[in-house]
Design a protein around this ligand. Structure first.
Ligand code: C2E
Ligand code: MG
Ligand code: MG
Length: 491
């Protein structure tokens, strides 16, 4: 008997009302004369196979870790949103680019599993901050993106960004530990900042970097103002290339004092740029550019040499045990030669290594910890001291205090500012000082501006203080006069 077949997928309904996919093959049975004698239908339930297909499709478009849409699906949805918005010009679209500021530190200090768990928690929290119709995606690593569909004004995107940052001011709990996550958010808007998904993403990314350079936990809109700034930025970079050679860089020195005796203990060297057109520039306008362009390496080297030479001059003036604090940026640590640069600056100036105190930030500790330890130990062996700058503003893992040769913690100015009025700040400062005492680490309090703040430190023995109240940063010549005046006054 000859037989013919048809087969295909159909949908059927179970008794409970569920719709399920079936594979149906119908065979025609005919007799030897070609006369159809029967049709035989075989149904098979293919729910299993079907869901395997769906799973695979899902995997292609989603991130395995957080189950959020991945880059491919994100771009697809953004394209759809753009197509829709083209037809409804009253609506705008916001694209948010988010990057976790301190993620590498979590990974390095708590391990990759904890890092993965944290990313999942971050994903959940981001989703809870937006509407169901908005898309939250993971681009990879610690980068997330959000499409705010159908927003009426650019301010709406900023409101969402603020809401996200607010919600991230709450800690996450990871293996019973409290972890704070800091984010930087860049925002681009359709159609003002771009009409393709590619440009919108790129501009949101650019804005994110700008937000990060202000210290993180901040957002930045990409807009005309930003692109004007890009021109300005270019001009600054060009100028920065020539600044050393044209001798436009100067160091100012801010004095530090022993709290109890009032004795001058030393100085922090602070970089200034005497810009030919723009006047005196403070580090916040140009340090991040110097870091991004790599110019921080020669500039940082110049700072080291100049500060060491100045310290030697003051030592020879009859001020033998002074400490010269020099800020070292994370980028200098990545540069293989930092240890040699420091040693060379010490040798060239003939300054005793224990007069030099290098200030590092918690972000230095965040990066390549092995490399950091190696550099710090090789310098510490020679007597060079280390302090952690802006302590308390970075990530709160304290394990590194034991691992690294650290002599000093500088309590960040933000705690000092409100210490007289905010009991929390007072408690934090008290705790930092108590902990440092136990670890044999000295404390420097920076940014003391008034007597009220200063009085709050009376009960603590052995701390050093620095701030406008006690002395502003001055150029070397003025500082020399001031040292002489002090010496005469005290005999
Ligand atoms: P920092 O190391 O935390 O330096 C302290 C900053 O606080 C300095 O600002 C100082 O002038 C300021 N300051 C001191 N006392 C007070 C006070 O009582 N009130 C207030 N409101 N501010 C006070 P500056 O000089 O603008 O430096 C800013 C940052 O730039 C520094 O923060 C440091 O991170 C960086 N920096 C400065 N010089 C260098 C350098 O040579 N190399 C590198 N890599 N970074 C540098
Ligand atoms: Mg400093
Ligand atoms: Mg500081």
């Amino acid at each position: 008997a000859d037989s013919a077949q048809w087969q295909g997928e159909i949908w059927n309904i179970r008794k409970n009302g569920d719709i399920y996919p079936q594979w149906l093959s119908i065979s025609r049975l005919s007799d030897e004369y070609g006369k159809v004698i029967n049709y035989v239908g075989v149904f098979s339930d293919i729910t299993e196979r079907k869901s395997a297909e769906e799973r695979i499709l899902h995997q292609i478009y989603h991130d395995y870790l957080t189950d959020l849409p991945n880059r491919v699906l994100f771009v697809d949805r953004l394209n759809q949103a753009i197509a829709l918005a083209m037809r409804h010009p009253e609506n705008s679209i916001g694209v948010l680019f988010l990057d976790v500021d301190n993620f590498k530190l979590v990974n390095d200090s708590l391990g990759h599993d904890a890092g993965d768990s944290l990313l999942k928690l971050v994903a959940q929290r981001l989703k809870s901050c937006v509407r169901d119709t908005d898309t939250v995606a993971r681009m990879g690593g610690d980068e997330f993106t959000i499409i705010l569909a159908k927003i009426a004004h650019s301010e709406d995107a900023a409101i969402v960004a603020k809401k996200i940052l607010d919600s991230f001011s709450q800690s996450f709990t990871l293996d019973g530990q409290e972890v704070y996550v800091s984010l930087s958010i860049g925002i681009s808007l359709f159609p003002g900042d771009g009409v393709t998904s590619e440009i919108l993403l790129k501009n949101a990314d650019t804005a994110m970097y700008r937000a990060k350079s202000t210290g993180g936990m901040w957002y930045q809109l990409y807009n005309e103002e930003l692109s004007v700034r890009a021109d300005e930025r270019l001009a600054l970079v060009t100028g920065l290339h020539k600044a050393l050679q044209r001798q436009e860089m100067v160091l100012h020195y801010q004095p530090q004092f022993d709290f109890h005796s009032g004795r001058l203990t030393g100085f922090e060297a602070l970089l200034r740029w005497r810009h030919p057109q723009r006047g005196l520039l403070y580090p916040e306008t140009f340090i991040h550019l110097a870091e991004e362009t790599g110019l921080i390496i020669p500039i940082g080297n110049w700072v080291l040499e100049t500060a060491c030479a100045q310290a030697k001059i003051w030592c020879d003036m009859g001020f033998p045990k002074l400490l010269m604090a020099v800020n070292v940026s994370p980028r200098q640590f990545q540069h293989a030669d930092l240890a040699n640069q420091v040693i060379a600056a010490l040798e060239k100036s003939n300054l005793s290594p224990d007069c030099l105190e290098l200030e590092i930030t918690e972000s230095v500790i965040m990066q390549e910890i092995d490399n950091t330890i190696r550099i710090m130990e090789s310098l510490a062996e020679r007597g060079v001291r280390f302090s952690v700058d802006d302590f308390g503003t970075g990530y709160s893992s304290l394990g590194y205090l034991k691992k690294l040769p650290i002599n000093v913690l500088k309590i960040d100015q933000s705690f000092v500012r409100d210490i007289a009025s905010d009991p929390d700040d007072a408690a934090i400062v008290g705790a930092i000082i108590a902990m440092s005492d136990k670890l044999g680490i000295q404390v420097v309090v920076e940014g003391v501006e008034n007597h009220e703040q200063l009085a709050r430190f009376k009960e603590y023995a052995g701390i050093r203080v620095q701030g406008f109240l006690l002395g502003e940063p001055l150029a070397a010549a003025q500082m020399t006069d001031s040292i002489r005046a002090r010496a005469e006054a005290t005999g």
